[in-house]
Ligand binder design. Structure first.
Ligand code: UDX
Ligand code: UDX
Length: 454
């Protein structure tokens, strides 16, 4: 099929590259010329595993990029909208969606054949039907459901594994205003027959995405709340407690002679909170939309509140370990909101570092790939170190914020230092017994003391 994708960000570009790799002809459209130029020389503008390799295979044959939205739309059968949908503090900001819908409509004015416009961006339920469809109709002068179709096809890509998630999806949701729209959308996913495919209306498709994100975010805040409770007990540790919880049959069912781990267990790990482009913004947008509909959502409001407090717990741990933050030198390991990405959006590293700086600490940080993005946020207020060994040099404390695999080298590095700095594990990633002085989120006071004595 001939597909145009508007917005070549994390979602649009991964989707475009993967669809091209599966044999479709794809044009990615973006207002950012630097992104377009990078894609056209097969260089990914974002750090995402396997993406460069796919661009090499497809750019110039089945994949191209342009800033010319109208031509790309007219030359395709279906257009996917993957522009950002930020949360503006009050509700989801649909400015880019509206603008894109109007531009697509204008482009369709002179296109004689049937076309399907599909929303891939995460949008509040009702948006595709009530905002996108009328805007495309008005700008094109054409009839919804007759001259053009409308679809909604949410993405379930996790950054860092986005290409693998696209190629082996857990489900495909084909939302549409009618069967004709859904049939066109389904053709994009031919070859994925072993994957469960759900055909729904557009509002249900939108709600599936929000409900999925909200469930995962709830699991994380649950684990963090349990962790905070464990920390208030003298002799409990959230890692041991959750190990026991994870063994319940619902999370670890018996299969044949062995056991399988339910995927949701991946979101039941205590840490310094969730970040990224999805969970914080989408749960906030959902609660705000509930309010607009005069529906309070106390559970999801609490999920957000627990998450807002979580980075502060790390700052409190550093403060109680060091006494006073003023003038102390602190190393931060990891800046990205999670490993294997350079994405800094809503990363817990931001409030943690801001809290340390407010307390008067001197912060030096290291992240394997996110430092260029982080420099845009912190500028020269913190020192960016070249590698793991230089970031920990001459510090009073080391704070782990992101689970990068290479941080497994930290215990050995710190053991060689005299005196060894205090290690504060914001993700409970490393073995507490591997450090002379370990403090972890979700550990009771005796457990923390055991860490000191070890
Ligand atoms: C996506 C979805 O769009 C969002 O709704 C979902 O919740 C998370 O993932 P993402 O791909 O991460 O967003 O966003 P971003 O990386 O910001 O990419 C958006 C791209 O659209 C940018 O490259 C931007 O330049 C482009 N854009 C934006 C346009 O081309 N036109 C516009 O009018 C606005
Ligand atoms: C998420 C979902 O995983 C994906 O299915 C959906 O389509 C988009 O949102 P992503 O935001 O890329 O993907 O990252 P994810 O791996 O889910 O992590 C999100 C955040 O939660 C990270 O900051 C991570 O550190 C944090 N997290 C995750 C926890 O704090 N504890 C956990 O147990 C799991």
């Amino acid at each position: 099929m001939k597909i145009s994708i508007i917005g070549a960000g994390y979602v649009g570009l991964v989707t475009g590259a993967c669809l091209a790799d599966r044999g479709h002809h794809v044009t990615c459209v973006d207002v950012d010329l630097r992104k377009v130029d990078a894609i056209n020389i097969a260089k990914s503008p974002i750090h995402e595993a396997e993406l460069d390799a796919i661009l090499h295979r497809t750019v110039g044959t089945r994949l191209g990029a342009t800033t010319d939205l109208a031509s790309a739309v007219r030359a395709s059968d279906v257009t996917l909208i993957a522009v950002g949908t930020p949360f503006d503090g009050q509700s989801i900001d649909l400015r880019f969606i509206r603008q894109t819908a109007m531009q697509i409509g204008e482009a369709l004015r002179d296109k004689p054949s049937y076309h399907v416009v599909v929303v891939k961006s995460t949008v509040i339920p009702g948006t595709t039907l009530e905002v996108v469809a009328p805007l495309v109709a008005e700008a094109s002068g054409k009839r919804v459901g007759v001259d053009f179709g409308i679809g909604m096809n949410p993405e379930f890509l996790s950054e860092g594994t986005a290409v693998a998630d696209f190629m082996s999806p857990d489900r495909i949701v084909i939302g549409g205003i009618d069967d004709r729209s859904r049939d066109v959308l389904a053709r994009i996913y031919e070859g994925f027959e072993s994957t469960p495919i759900l055909r729904t209306n557009t509002t249900t498709a939108e709600a599936i995405k929000y409900a999925s994100n909200a469930l995962q975010a709830t699991a994380i805040s649950f684990a963090n709340e349990v962790g905070n409770y464990c920390a208030s007990l003298p002799d409990a540790d959230v890692v041991d407690v959750m190990e026991g919880v994870h063994l319940m049959a619902e999370l670890n069912p018996r299969a044949g002679d062995g056991r399988v781990r339910a995927g949701i267990a991946k979101f039941l790990v205590a840490g310094c909170g969730f970040g990224g482009s999805c969970f914080p913004k989408d749960v906030k947008a959902l609660v705000a939309d509930g309010q607009r509909r005069e529906l309070s959502m106390p559970l999801l409001s609490a999920v957000l509140e627990t998450n807002r407090r979580q980075p502060r717990k790390v700052v409190e741990l550093v403060r109680s370990a060091l006494g006073d933050l003023a003038g102390r030198r602190i190393a931060v390991l990891g800046l990205a909101f999670k490993p294997d990405t350079d994405d800094m959006r809503e990363s817990p590293s931001i409030p943690i570092i801001e809290g340390l700086l407010t307390g008067g600490a001197m912060v030096q940080a290291y992240d394997p790939v996110a430092m260029p993005e982080a420099k845009k946020i912190f500028e020269d207020r913190i020192v960016f170190s070249a590698n793991l060994s230089s970031v920990v040099a001459q510090v009073d404390a080391v704070v782990l914020v992101t689970r990068w695999e290479q941080f497994r080298a930290a215990p050995k590095l710190l053991a060689a230092m005299k005196p060894a700095p205090i290690f504060i594990d914001g993700r409970r990633m490393l073995d507490r017994d591997a450090f002379a002085h370990y403090v972890g989120i979700g550990m009771g006071s005796t457990k923390q003391a055991e860490g000191e004595l070890a």
